[in-house]
Design a protein. Structure first.
Length: 334
């Protein structure tokens, strides 16, 4: 059974930062010193997947530059309105793989929990931009069903908290969940897939570190950074905190046209990650989600970049180039 940990008396600072995230394209433009942008997406597209970006992330953008690699990840462009053949609403087959509400099991030994639909930032290339979260997140009462599924599947050694972004949940909820998972004897590892340490480093506060430090599970945190400019000192502190709390840190990157599809950009990213105690894990080809076609890097170019990375960097700084195909037994190395 889940026991209650004390609820915080005061709202943590990160929740205030999360609530203050910029949602208005004109405000974002003004903050980086641009008057307007000729290619803003239609209102329908912006309503369906709204702009959302934390202020601390905006502060890392270059002023007056519409090609800034951070700005381009979050600003909704008219290109998103286009219907592109081969790009679908559920490119990775998630809806077909749910044995219980919020539970995805595609690969052996690992169960992924869709803990929430919420993110601190809306990345325009996100494969979940059309995912009907509201129908598939486990409501608090449905955690029991997910936990039961895991308990009844003794091959499950690792539980991956994903979303949306699991760290948008309160520490109270997360600590409860970690405790319930730790009580299942065959579960050894807790893995958290999160972009928050990068886009809202305030999230890594003493409350988070406290329950992480105290869970008896082995802990893996996979962050998501696409460009070295995303990693400033504040992010470095957050990552250091996670390391000190006993988390092993990895990074996944999405290969994005016009953002990180240059060899020097990818080398700088790997070096900066290592400086921050993070090992590059995956370099993903874009999932072919409707509205993201303008970010796609073709497979041949991706393979060329990968070969050059191998020639330039020590092996442990080269992320594995992978693609996700619905129905495959693992992510596919290219
Ligand atoms: C990516 C993913 C995993 C984890 O795969 P690894 O190769 O172990 O990182 C697990 N479950 C699902 C549904 C995934 O999409
Ligand atoms: S943080 Fe991750 S899940 Fe959230 S919008 Fe960005 S890519 Fe998608």
């Amino acid at each position: 059974m889940i026991t209650q940990s004390p609820r915080p008396l005061q709202r943590p600072a990160w929740q205030t930062e999360l609530a203050r995230a910029v949602r208005d394209p004109q405000e974002l433009l003004a903050l980086i010193g641009l008057n307007n942008h000729p290619q803003l997406a239609s209102e329908a597209t912006r309503r369906q997947f709204p702009l959302r970006v934390p202020r601390g992330y905006i502060a890392r953008m270059k002023k007056g530059d519409p090609d800034d690699p951070l700005f381009r990840q979050v600003f909704p462009l008219i290109a998103e309105d286009q219907i592109s053949p081969g790009f679908s609403a559920d490119p990775v087959g998630d809806l077909a793989a749910m044995p219980a509400p919020g539970v995805l099991q595609k690969y052996a030994g690992r169960v992924l929990l869709v803990t929430t639909g919420a993110c601190a930032i809306h990345c325009r290339y996100c494969f979940r931009r059309h995912f009907p979260y509201a129908d598939h997140n486990p409501a608090p009462s449905q955690w029991e069903q997910a936990l039961q599924y895991i308990a009844q599947n003794p091959s499950t050694r690792e539980v991956i908290l994903s979303g949306g972004d699991p760290l948008t949940l309160t520490d109270h909820r997360l600590a409860e969940l970690a405790q319930a998972l730790a009580a299942i004897s065959h579960v050894k590892r807790l893995r958290i897939h999160t972009r928050l340490p990068v886009v809202l480093p305030e999230r890594v506060d003493s409350r988070l570190l406290q329950w992480l430090e105290h869970t008896p599970l082995q802990k893996v945190v996979v962050i998501h950074a696409n460009h070295a400019n995303e990693l400033d000192d504040r992010v470095g502190e957050a990552l250091e905190g996670l390391s000190r709390a006993g988390c092993r840190l990895f990074n996944q990157t999405v290969l994005l046209r016009g953002i990180n599809d240059k060899i020097n950009t990818l080398c700088d990213l790997s070096e900066s990650l290592f400086d921050a105690g993070v090992i590059p894990y995956y370099l993903h080809l874009l999932d072919r989600v409707q509205g993201a076609a303008h970010f796609e890097v073709d497979t041949l170019t991706a393979q060329c970049l990968y070969q050059t990375l191998r020639a330039r960097l020590p092996g442990y700084l080269v992320p594995l180039l992978v693609q996700e195909l619905a129905g495959a037994p693992s992510k596919l190395p290219l």
